[in-house]
Write a protein that binds this ligand. Structure first.
Ligand SMILES: *[C@@H]1O[C@H](CO)[C@@H](O)[C@H](O)[C@H]1NC(C)=O
Ligand SMILES: *[C@@H]1O[C@H](CO)[C@@H](O)[C@H](O)[C@H]1NC(C)=O
Ligand SMILES: *[C@@H]1O[C@H](CO)[C@@H](O)[C@H](O)[C@H]1NC(C)=O
Length: 324
């Protein structure tokens, strides 16, 4: 019998309290056990052959490029086409690229086969559309830079107006906040960064680190389960995906990397309640409204929490669909 059935059968406070406690404990257990996948306060374990070649220094401005990825266009819901067109129409000076599955495979091969053949092999072996999509957005940001945004997002403000001029040169990676929940009893879930939109200069230090962490998470998961990379997709739960390549994993990767590079604590409280952009090293954290305005929590949509740049419609969002 599920917990929700229990609640439906008995309306006593007691059952609800017990059920809530069980849920909290489950959440905590999952969160704690998942931490073992991860390398707190340290560099991720870089596997031989996966060393990152950092020869490119990020430029002074963000490349005028927009990246979106998804299934072949003729299989896309027409409502998505309308959202996707907002990126091109509001940013006529940008080069727009849509990568479907085949184009994405070609892109990864073109960009990475010379210096990172293991990354190409990993991407090829990763026979799961969600895991590939999570990795691909970071690879586009690393190799080319510009903006990545999910196909169910609607651009509302031209990209050139997103970053206050005084930050453009010093910033290499722009990060939105999706959850800012200081009351969450699980401490390392009080903050979550947006994974549906990134703005990055090519070879930005923290962007490359996000790829390293995600790659390490995938290899570690396969090793723990004693399976091949190609079998990961079949065995993963939604929670696993969230932690390994998804928003939770990317949040932990970024905060861990910041701690490591800055030799300082970096937790949810460093980016809570943002009303202005906050530059940490060369990562610019935006207030919740920038990328996450369309939600029911975390001061999302409230005046005073920064301007709104885009709207996430959550329509093609599998995370939302599987959870909801
Ligand atoms: C790293 O990449 C640059 C070109 O981007 C290349 O010239 C260099 O040889 C590469 N180094 C290694 C160790 O792969
Ligand atoms: C891992 O899986 C292989 C078969 O795929 C098996 O031979 C081996 O014993 C397993 N190792 C462990 C530690 O379970
Ligand atoms: C995060 O906040 C703590 C407490 O205010 C501070 O000591 C630490 O330096 C901050 N971390 C960074 C990277 O700014």
């Amino acid at each position: 019998m599920s917990i929700s059935t229990l609640i439906a059968i008995s309306h006593t406070r007691y059952v609800v309290v017990v059920a809530t406690a069980v849920l909290l404990l489950l959440g905590l257990a999952v969160t704690l056990s998942s931490r073992s996948l991860y390398y707190g306060y340290s560099e991720p374990g870089i596997l031989p052959g996966n060393e990152i070649n950092r020869t490119t220094i990020p430029g002074l401005t963000f490349p005028q490029k927009i990246w979106q990825t998804g299934p072949p266009r003729d299989r896309l819901d027409p409502s998505l086409a309308a959202l996707m067109s907002t990126w091109e129409s509001l940013n006529p000076g940008h080069q727009y690229t849509f990568l479907d599955d085949d184009a994405a495979m070609q892109y990864v091969t073109d960009r990475f086969s010379e210096y990172h053949p293991n990354l190409v092999a990993l991407y090829t072996d990763l026979d799961d559309v969600i895991l590939r999509a999570d990795l691909l957005r970071l690879l586009c940001m690393w190799a080319d830079g510009g903006v990545y945004s999910d196909i169910d997002t609607e651009c509302l403000v031209p990209i050139d107006r997103w970053i206050p001029a005084e930050y453009v040169e010093a910033t290499s990676l722009v990060i939105g906040i999706v959850a800012d929940l200081p009351e969450n009893p699980v401490e390392n879930r009080r903050s979550e960064i947006v994974q549906w939109t990134f703005l990055s200069k090519p070879s930005a230090k923290y962007t490359v680190k996000l790829v390293e962490h995600v790659v390490a998470n995938l290899h570690n998961y396969a090793e723990e389960k004693n399976i091949s990379i190609g079998e990961i997709g079949k065995t993963m739960s939604v929670g696993d995906v969230m932690r390994i390549t998804g928003p939770v994993g990317v949040t932990w990767a970024l905060y861990d990397t910041l701690r490591y590079h800055l030799r300082a604590p970096f937790e949810w409280y460093n980016v809570t309640g943002l009303r202005e952009p906050k530059l940490v090293d060369d990562v610019l954290f935006m207030p919740i409204n920038a990328f996450g305005s369309n939600q029911q929590h975390s001061h999302s949509g409230e005046a005073g929490y920064g301007p709104i740049f885009l709207k996430h419609h959550f329509s093609g969002s599998w995370h939302q669909n599987k959870n909801g």
